[in-house]
Design a protein around this ligand. Sequence first.
Ligand SMILES: Nc1ncnc2c1ncn2[C@@H]1O[C@H](COP(=O)(O)OP(=O)(O)OP(=O)(O)O)[C@@H](O)[C@H]1O
Ligand SMILES: [Mg+2]
Length: 329
Amino acid sequence: MKVIERTGGRMIYTITLNPALDRTLWVRRIHYDDTNRIEREERYAGGKGTDVSRVLTILGVDNKALGFVGGFAGEELEGRLFNDGISCDFIRISGETRTNIILNLLNTGTQTVFSAKGPEIKPYELMQLIHKVERLEDPEMVVISGSLPPGVHPVIYRKLIEILKAEGAWVMLDTDGDALRVGIRGIPDAIKPNIHELSRLLERELKGVDEIIHAARTVCDRGIRTVLVSMGARGIIMVGEGEQYWAYPPRVKVENTIGAGDSAVAGFVYGLAEGMSNKEALVYAVAAGTATTLRPGTAVCTREDIMKLVPKIEVRVIEKGEEGEYDKD
Ligand SMILES: Nc1ncnc2c1ncn2[C@@H]1O[C@H](COP(=O)(O)OP(=O)(O)OP(=O)(O)O)[C@@H](O)[C@H]1O
Ligand SMILES: [Mg+2]
């Protein structure tokens, strides 16, 4: 497979402040107040930014995952990432990396996620990350993804973005709630909220295409050049400087949608790393997102599935004032 080396030492990074080890259990049924037998158990390296790193690696884009890891779970997480060929350079913390429990109940076919809060990050540990980011040599593109560990103020995202932009990097932020609201004050180059995240950011429900575009334009007016709004099976609406497109995937048999957004971010970064325009990179974003829905497992996809989907992604220009047929079902 072709590996896209960055020229002149320029590097692509992802940053995950609160990665997790995902422990997936399969149980036939739950007997409350009793002992339950675990039929099967798997452990995966989780985390939004590390998911992006995984898909970039699958696409042959050289990149490095940054963030915090600690304790035995942190060692396991990092070891698993290395075994998947993902290059990491984490800050080691005194706390223990969180472990999420994903419970698959075989009798109901349901999947229930118990998401752990994550360890406390000490102020000196936070500063170690800031100093590492300040010392990055020629960062080309950086993706900052996911939730914040407890106690870390959202202003950290703004700070990291400001440092990276001063270093000449292109920065993408993919997060939710206050982390997104405060983070965008650092003016990232791109964000990828899903509709719910964009609705929360603007504190209003978004119903039609026109409302989504108007909302994304409001965000662009704050200086963010590209806003990608992901809409599950309906693909992505991208609003940027003087352009607005809607790219949508073919109908597929969906196995799992968790991590599809992270893959979409990776697809977009891959496109830009290959020198494509935003419009062309958008196609790879949708293809990578949809390729992820074809396979069980979080942010698991293959390069082959992505490339097969690329010619099937339809992109159209959205004219100003268009009443779209986007609807919720
Ligand atoms: N049901 C689906 N069918 C086809 N493609 C899908 C489906 N769900 C997601 N996708 C693809 O993945 C992309 C991103 O998905 P989505 O909007 O669900 O992201 P998200 O909510 O950020 O997900 P996450 O945060 O779990 O990674 C979509 O734009 C689309 O290309
Ligand atoms: Mg998402």
